[in-house]
Design a protein around this ligand. Structure first.
Ligand code: NDP
Length: 295
């Protein structure tokens, strides 16, 4: 089945999505505010729609990838009637609530809706290991799975809750940004003794592979959090609170801002005050998670 597909939004990501559909031999209609971004795709065989309304009307399946939900709302809100009876697949990044609200709007307009989250950069689109999450109507996902697989071999349906793909996306990005900030802080500390990031790299890599990965991404670590059993024979809150205190003090001595670490230290202090000093630092989950906090 080589059904036609429309792609709205031809930024870095949208262009890669449209190119993957073309490569899969789907007749692909494209629209972008700055029309020139369609040129390369037209050379590859895409049809350039002159208006967004024309783009929507060209295909039963409409894929949207814009910078924000606000932009998407602005563009699609006037098109409810044209979209009615079609399938809207939204790959724009936002929050779970954005996705849920858009899903509700779509259903109210008679539009079938899937929300997706792309865990890949444009260069990875179409690769067998590119990961994309989807949520919303499961039958819709199943019906369009072959088309969606053109964007990434690791195309995964998560939930009938359309907010869940964004939740996974932002959860994974939280790990990315937390780790990234830690990495740059570490490199800044070493730079004060003229040690380059390149010199540090083998130690950082070994640290990631041998310590951080097993500590934070093992099944045991996940079970500890799920079960809320924080007894430890490894390293307790008392010890880690001291280490974090040393990092903050050293950073201040080295003129590196440690503000982002202060809330982490406050959490460990609080747990010690509450009598949990002998537990694993993962106990912080009980405070961070609103589900556990309000139990
Ligand atoms: P770009 O900045 O390259 O593209 C943004 C797109 O939004 C363009 O098509 C742009 O149109 C359009 N746009 C912005 N404002 C308006 C507006 N007011 N009216 C009409 N169109 C508008 O971003 P990306 O393509 O990289 O990202 C698109 C989405 O994909 C984002 O939600 C992003 O988070 C997500 N994503 C991107 C990844 C990446 O690595 N690039 C990875 C995973 C997800 P115009 O060309 O006219 O400016």
């Amino acid at each position: 089945d080589r059904s036609p597909v429309t792609v709205i939004g031809l930024g870095l990501m949208g262009k890669a999505l449209a190119a993957a559909f073309l490569k899969g031999s789907h007749s692909t209609t494209v629209w972008n505010r700055s029309a020139g971004k369609a040129d390369d795709l037209v050379d590859l065989g895409a049809v350039r729609a002159e208006t967004i309304s024309e783009a929507v009307s060209a295909s039963k399946v409409v894929v949207v990838c814009l910078s924000t939900y606000e932009v998407m709302d602005e563009l699609l809100a006037p098109l409810g009637n044209e979209l009615s009876g079609r399938v809207l697949i939204n790959l724009t990044n936002g929050t779970p609530d954005d996705a849920r609200k858009t899903a509700k709007w779509a259903i109210d307009c008679g539009v079938d809706y899937l929300d997706g989250a792309i865990m890949a950069v444009p260069q990875m689109i179409g690769a067998s290991d590119a990961l994309l999450f989807y949520g919303g109507q499961q039958d819709l996902f199943q019906a369009h799975e072959p088309l969606l697989k053109l964007l990434g071999g690791n195309t995964t349906y998560l939930s009938d809750d359309p907010g869940v793909p964004m939740l996974y996306n932002l959860a994974l990005l939280t790990i990315l940004y937390g780790t990234g900030e830690g990495m740059l802080h570490a490199q800044a500390m070493l730079s004060t003794a003229n040690i380059s990031a390149t010199q540090f790299q083998p130690y950082a890599a070994a640290w990631f592979n041998n310590v951080i990965l097993p500590l934070f991404s093992s099944l045991d670590a996940a079970r500890e959090v799920d079960e809320g059993d924080y007894a430890t024979e490894v390293s307790n809150i008392n010890t880690n609170r001291l280490a974090l205190g040393h990092i903050i003090k050293a950073s201040e001595e080295l003129d590196i801002s440690a503000k982002w670490l202060a809330p982490n230290k406050a959490l460990l202090d609080q747990m010690v005050n509450d009598g949990y000093g002998e537990d694993s630092p993962f106990r912080a989950f009980e405070t961070i998670s609103p589900v556990r906090r309000n139990k």
